[in-house]
Write a protein that binds this ligand. Sequence first.
Ligand code: FAD
Length: 263
Amino acid sequence: MEIKEYVRPASLDEAYSLVVEKKGFPLGGGAWVHMNVRSVELAVDLSALKLDYIVDKGDTVEIGAMATARQIETSALLNQAFSGAFARATEHLVGVQLRNLITIGGTVAGKYGFSDLLTLLLALDAKLMLYRDKTIEIASFLTAARETPFLIEKIIVAKNALVAFQSVRVTQNDFAILNAGAAFHPGKGWQIAVGARPAAARLALKAAQYLAMNRKPDEHTAKEAGRLASEEISFGSDVRGSDEYRKLVCETLVMRAIMEAAK
Ligand SMILES: Cc1cc2nc3c(=O)[nH]c(=O)nc-3n(C[C@H](O)[C@H](O)[C@H](O)COP(=O)(O)OP(=O)(O)OC[C@H]3O[C@@H](n4cnc5c(N)ncnc54)[C@H](O)[C@@H]3O)c2cc1C
């Protein structure tokens, strides 16, 4: 990756001006873009903005955009509040060295199809705070095309959900063939997300509707929700699996995620 001009702003205001007004290229961990982006006019390194936090805000946890996959994987706060689901969604990402680089901001901004964390954040109905912009739901961020540059400041996750994350991989550190997150939100019901389809994560709305406010579905009900998810979600084929295979895996993975979350 060739960088023509490199800046490391010390404040969010400066970063905003460089990224949003001057259309600079934000650098998170740089782990993915260094392999895929050939040339950048103005690189804006976000590492001096003190956005590498994971903080308890009472009813929510706030995760700064520069928090790494390794911080997330090993965070006692996240793993106690969300039954280890954040560790499950990060522990397969290549190796510890890379997990020390990969940021949640870069992961969300990239909307990568293979992403494990995005599937979990979608099930958790996480909110995305864009600096000097509105707070938006991950679900709308994932589906709406954004024409204008943006700067992710943090991700906000409500703490009250019962959640589980599941994935299937050929080897421990490969991209997932499919992943699924299921979360029961008190007062709202279920939110079920399926990712690595191989396209980016999407919500299984009919499956969630079917489960409604059933906080503890039995195996038969969870299985039916899995079947509904596999019918409504679309799948593609790649070297890791065919669309038919992913559809079959979806049924079981969603069922398992629901049963685990409902424990
Ligand atoms: C070899 C390899 C294997 C991987 N395997 C997996 C896997 O199995 N599962 C998985 O889930 N993930 C996997 N990942 C992806 C990883 O989890 C991250 O999603 C990816 O590396 C992006 O994070 P980053 O910090 O490196 O972002 P970068 O590469 O720095 O940036 C990614 C994009 O986000 C933009 N960006 C960064 N920060 C911000 C911000 N704060 N605001 C706005 N835009 C921003 C950048 O401009 C760029 O367009 C893998 C990555 C690599 C390199």
